[in-house]
Design a protein around this ligand. Structure first.
Ligand code: UTP
Length: 302
């Protein structure tokens, strides 16, 4: 009988060079979108999807991650003494979220290497991967959508969406055969292809369900693009040994490890917040009007 997906890996050991200097002493996975760290959104998605155990792969200066999901006795005491019950509950809820474990990736040798660090935690069962800098805003949690597809196909499922052709060199890109609805069968894949050589515009976007056979492949995986051990390269080999499917998930995905993606997520999430929406919307309307005026006066000068 095939196994359920119970465990998830969240790799959060990258250097975050696109977000320097903020990431010099703090992981990008802890940058807040409005007031909640990116990683907390991702852990909430995993829990809402039915994941029971989470392993976060951390690297240097990742202490703040462990502190955030642990209890903070001094803070709790202070909030209790000041009668700030709601805040106290919020802070306590974070530390009760799930069974969270940590492992250190000693050197950031690539996403594939980060996943291989989780081998003994996962054992011999299918598992989920949620990238620590990708947030997906969706009605049904993104990972749940993939887990539902797994229930049907019982094999690796990659979360994908179509991206603009000129962006294909930023992602793992698939060559696929359409099966039904949102499901594709993966024929081949390539990490960050040159735009003119990209096999399609179907990109792997930060969510995966992977069969444990990947660990044997990762053990012998040579460095690929950027000198890093690439998960896409290992999945490409896995696809020659067993079927891999791709699921075109519903939802808006933000790459919050990228400055523009971070800003877009911040605006969209702030506009959904009851305590901020009205004032922030007013501000954005004024800003929009200013920008339109600026465009008009520039056009007149020309
Ligand atoms: P990225 O490629 O977005 O992370 O990896 P990065 O290397 O930190 O980014 P930049 O380009 O330097 O800004 C996607 C996810 O995989 C993790 C990252 O922390 C991120 O959540 N990762 C990447 C690791 O855990 N280990 C690695 O060696 C590389």
């Amino acid at each position: 009988m095939s196994k359920r997906v119970r465990k998830a890996i969240i790799p959060a050991a990258g250097l975050g060079t696109r977000f320097l200097p903020a990431t010099k002493s703090q992981p990008k996975e802890m940058l807040p979108i409005v007031d909640k760290p990116t990683l907390q959104y991702i852990i909430e998605e995993a829990i809402q999807s039915g994941i029971e155990e989470i392993l976060i792969v951390t690297g240097r200066s990742k202490k703040s991650i462990e502190d955030h999901f642990d209890r903070s006795v001094e803070l709790e005491l202070e909030l209790e003494q000041k009668g700030k019950t709601e805040m106290l509950e919020m802070v306590q809820d974070i530390s009760k979220m799930a069974d969270i474990y940590y492992i250190r990736q000693k050197e950031p040798r690539g996403l594939g290497h980060a996943i291989s660090c989780a081998r003994s935690f996962i054992g011999n069962e299918p598992f989920a991967v949620l990238l620590g800098d990708d947030i997906v805003d969706s009605e049904t949690p993104c990972l749940r959508q993939l887990m539902d597809a797994y229930e049907e196909y019982k094999t690796s499922i990659l979360g994908v969406q179509k991206v603009a052709k000129e962006d294909t060199n930023k992602y793992g890109i698939l060559d696929v055969k359409h099966i039904e609805g949102r499901v594709y069968k993966v024929r081949d894949m390539v990490e960050k292809p040159d735009i003119d050589k990209s096999p399609s515009n179907i990109a792997i976007l930060g969510r995966y369900i992977i069969m444990p056979k990947i660990f044997d492949i990762l053990e012998n995986q040579a460095p690929g693009k950027g000198g890093e051990i690439q998960l896409t390269d290992a999945l490409k080999t896995l696809a020659t040994q067993e079927a891999i499917y791709a699921y075109d998930f519903k939802g808006k995905r933000y790459d919050v490890g990228d400055k523009l993606g971070f800003l877009q997520a911040t605006v969209d999430f702030a506009l959904k917040r009851d305590d901020l929406k009205d004032e922030f919307e007013e501000f954005l309307k004024k800003k929009g009007a200013e920008l339109i005026d600026k465009d008009k006066s520039l056009a007149l000068v020309k």
